[in-house]
Design a protein around this ligand. Structure first.
Ligand SMILES: Nc1ncnc2c1ncn2[C@@H]1O[C@H](COP(=O)(O)OP(=O)(O)OP(=O)(O)O)[C@@H](O)[C@H]1O
Length: 819
């Protein structure tokens, strides 16, 4: 079983076994046995070969499981130190690739929860992890090559770095960033994530300092209060020359002289609504002009651009672990070169990418982020995409990148990012990472071109602390934590599929391409492994990558065997041969035959039959063995299917939860809309009422002006009266006609006859009435003089009196309905 990684290998895979948490922890049975390395003949005698294979011994339960043997590039046993791991995994060559050979590097840890991934990557209180050691090697190597030993990252350097960055990043100097994070005293917040030096990490197994295991009472569901002790002296405002705080800055030109006309760097960055002011150092447009016309301006850095929940400034600067020492691993770089290290950090949580150095601010929580599992994740996810400056290669766009000039600064940034990482306490690990953490160390080298123009080239070392796979039953997770675990297991399953493709390639099985686009995690891990031929021709080579698989030999057998199956470079299954009953009978018989030979001679027929039986038994035994192997394979397939089912179930739970959350969000939104609508209507009504009251008050304050109809003029009165007169005449005529029609036999009375005797009038019935009416009408031939404007004190009978009389008559004569 060869484990030499072939040319097609994407990852070198190492296995690291975790020491027991307590020396007396012998409750669980050890199920991993490290095979003694076989020294090859051509190897020198004084060279002790490292083990490469392990055997996984299934527990003695009723399920007769096969023994599996796995091969790795190298196996680190429990006693291996952090330095052993750093050196023997070839970290130095990976760092060299980044610094000198123009190759990206990737180191990732994979393992069951609690198996020691974070310990390997980030170290403990007493020992540094791979990340810190790599940073140390990088800064020591750069320091030796640097012309200017006390380099401070000036705004000019930042601006030129921003220009050469293709990832639409927001660039800050470490000093201004740390100033923003720790600027205000007494405004701190508690840290939840494990920092390499946090007390939660002080609980180390017996091989390290802490002798006591973590008792259940001491276990806390979240990380402890942030207590970093990096010897970082935090800058005061403006001491770096970098714009910050309330000071104003004079625009300067590329040569460093003050510029007459301030002009803002035109940024291509589009900011989310959460960021009210743009960051000054993002890539600007047009790209080529930024250096050929080296003119930019420095502005006061607007405070909201560096929004960050404020933390307590560190009160004491205890020395961080400087061990293991990696001074001997320094890499020779070309002298008189200028380098800057950009640190960025993000996590993949629920298949979405979140920047760990730019958390969102939740106003209602007093600048604290809603990041507990119980809260909604309000952070803005970032995209992994091709950008304008990098059309052929996908990048995490819009990250915050912090330019660090020293190891201490880089550690302090790392510390800030780690406190933002999702972690929680589970039944399997009191400080369990709930996301895949990516720590990117980008080393930029300044290149001066022929005409004095400068630009930056660089490559990245990405250190990945993967979240641990876990079984819900073991980890005793529920609710959101269970849903997280579902997502973690799913992404690890995709990662496993990609790694299995690698071992298939090694075995010469040419299957489909590595399916790395299935989820964000595999995309991020593998996309630099397959540069296009176009990229290769431009000097971009596949990344150098190593995977450190961690395993606890006393931990969960099923989960560990699953991870090992995914990740091992080689695998062999053996079924333990159980001595069969038939075999023992046969051998016993043959022995007896041999012992009695010479004394009793069996007849030939019996001997032949016995031989046939033995052959049959041998065939059956072989069949039986084959079946057992197949059964073992089937069992493995079944356990894989079970894991997939579990992942699918977890996914269902998560989808349900997401749908619920979406519904709630929708309902909240609707309610908010409705509330706003009602509020607007209410405000409008109140406004109207106020207006009305104001008007009334104004009216009262002005006094009432009573409106009176104007007196009719004399002509109008005459006209009215004439109309009335005319009406009456017509009425009269009508009445006369009526009367004449009542007694057609009688002669109509002479029109101008002298007044008739009383008896005649009475006979006519209404004759006297008509006469009266005629008389009255005649009286209405009133002269114009009657309506001359009355004098205030009338001497004669006033026209008013006459009018009153007329109106009385009108009443008398008018038909009933008009009245
Ligand atoms: N090689 C080691 N030497 C000393 N202590 C170790 C080692 N590996 C792990 N530990 C300790 O074991 C505990 C669990 O380790 P760690 O937190 O690194 O697990 P993990 O795999 O990262 O878990 P998760 O996936 O849940 O985050 C820690 O207290 C850590 O200090």
């Amino acid at each position: 079983m060869s484990t030499k990684p072939p040319q097609s290998s994407l990852f070198q895979v190492y296995l690291r076994l975790r020491p027991p948490m307590s020396p007396h922890n012998d409750d669980n049975e050890r199920f991993i046995a490290v095979e003694a390395p076989q020294a090859s003949e051509d190897e020198q005698e004084d060279y002790a070969p490292a083990p490469t294979h392990i055997t996984l011994q299934p527990p003695n339960d009723t399920r007769k499981r096969a023994i599996e043997k796995f091969g790795f590039t190298k196996v680190f046993e429990e006693r291996a130190t952090q330095l052993n791991v750093f050196q023997d995994t070839g970290m130095e060559s990976i760092v060299r690739g980044v610094l000198k050979e123009g190759r990206d590097g990737l180191v990732a840890t994979l393992g069951v929860t609690g198996s020691g991934k974070s310990h390997t990557i980030l170290g403990s209180k007493s020992e540094r992890g791979i990340t810190q050691m790599a940073l140390d090697v990088i800064f020591q190597s750069i320091g030796m090559a640097r012309t200017n030993k006390s380099l401070t990252i000036s705004p000019m350097i930042l601006a030129s770095l921003a220009t050469s960055d293709h990832s639409e990043a927001q660039l800050f100097s470490a000093q201004s960033f740390l100033d923003a994070v720790y600027g205000e005293p007494n405004a701190g917040r508690s840290s939840r994530a494990p920092t390499p030096l946090s007390p939660s990490r002080a609980n180390t197994p017996s091989t390290v300092r802490s002798p006591e295991p973590l008792s259940p009472q001491k276990r806390s569901p979240v990380k402890h209060q942030h207590q970093s002790s990096y010897p970082v002296s935090f800058p005061t405002r403006g001491d770096s020359g970098y714009p910050c705080g309330d000071e104003t800055y004079t625009p300067i030109d590329w040569s460093g002289k003050p510029s007459a006309t301030p002009s803002r760097v035109q940024s291509t960055k589009i900011f989310s609504p959460g960021y009210s002011t743009p960051t000054p150092f993002t890539r600007s447009k047009p790209l080529e002009n930024r250096f050929t016309k080296p003119r930019f301006s420095v502005f006061k850095e607007p405070a909201p651009a560096l929004l960050f929940p404020r933390r307590q400034p560190r009160e004491r600067a205890v020395t961080s672990p400087r061990l293991p020492d990696v001074g001997h691993l320094t890499i020779d770089l070309s002298p008189n070169s200028e380098y800057v290290v950009l640190v960025s950090m993000y996590e993949v949580y629920n298949d979405r990418i979140f920047d760990l150095l730019s958390p969102s601010i939740v106003a209602s929580q007093g600048n604290a982020m809603s990041r507990g599992n119980a809260h909604k994740d309000r952070r803005r996810p970032l995209l992994f995409k091709s950008t304008e400056g990098s059309p052929n290669r996908k990048l995490v766009a819009g990250l915050r990148k912090i330019a660090c000039s020293s190891y201490e600064e880089a550690l302090a940034i790392l510390d800030v990012g780690l406190t933002e990482r999702k972690v929680t306490g589970t039944g399997a690990n009191s400080v369990s990472s709930r996301s895949h953490g990516f720590f990117c160390l980008e080393v930029k080298k300044m290149v001066t071109k022929r005409h004095g123009e400068t630009s930056w080239t660089g490559h990245t070392l990405t250190v990945v602390d993967l979240a641990g796979s876990e079984r819900a039953r073991t980890a005793k997770t529920a609710g959101a934590t269970l849903a997280e675990a579902g997502k973690i297991n799913e992404s690890l399953m995709y990662l496993g599929q990609c790694l299995q493709m690698q071992s298939n390639l090694q075995d010469g099985i040419k299957t489909a391409l590595v399916p790395y686009r299935q989820c964000k995690l595999t995309e991020l891990l593998f996309s630099s492994s397959f540069p296009s031929s176009n990229q290769m021709s431009r000097g971009q080579y596949p990344q150098k990558a190593i995977m450190i698989v961690t395993a606890d030999p006393l931990g969960d057998y099923n989960a560990t065997s699953q991870i090992l199956r995914y990740s091992a470079l080689a695998r062999e299954v053996t079924v333990p041969r159980v001595p069969s009953l038939a075999g023992s009978i046969v051998s016993a018989t043959s022995e007896r035959n041999q012992s009695t030979s010479g004394r009793v001679s069996l007849d030939d027929g019996l001997a032949e039959e016995l031989e046939r039986a033995m052959a049959e038994i041998a065939r059956l035994t072989k069949d039986c063995h084959n079946f057992a192997v197949r059964l073992a394979e089937e069992e493995m397939a079944r356990s894989e299917a079970e894991i997939k089912l579990q992942a699918a179930e977890d996914r269902c739970v998560m989808i349900e939860q997401e749908v619920r959350e979406e519904c709630w969000a929708d309902m909240d939104e609707q309610m908010e809309k409705e509330r706003k609508r009602w509020q607007a209507a209410w405000d409008e009504q109140i406004g109207r009422n106020d207006e009305l009251v104001d008007k009334k008050v104004e009216l009262v304050s002005r006094g009432f002006n009573i409106y009176e109809d104007p007196e009719p003029s004399a002509n109008e009165r005459i006209e009215d009266l004439e109309n009335e007169n005319e009406q009456l005449r017509r009425r009269l005529a009508a009445m006369e006609r009526e009367m004449s029609s009542q007694s057609p036999t009688r002669k109509p009375r002479a029109k101008h006859a002298p007044s008739s005797p009383k008896g005649a009038i009475n006979r006519l019935g209404r004759g006297s009435e008509i006469d009266n009416a005629i008389q009255r009408v005649n009286q209405l031939n009133i002269t114009d003089g009657m309506f001359s404007v009355p004098s205030p004190v009338p001497k004669l009978a006033s026209p008013g009196k006459k009018l009153r009389k007329i109106s009385t008559r009108k009443w008398d004569l008018a038909p009933e309905n008009e009245i």
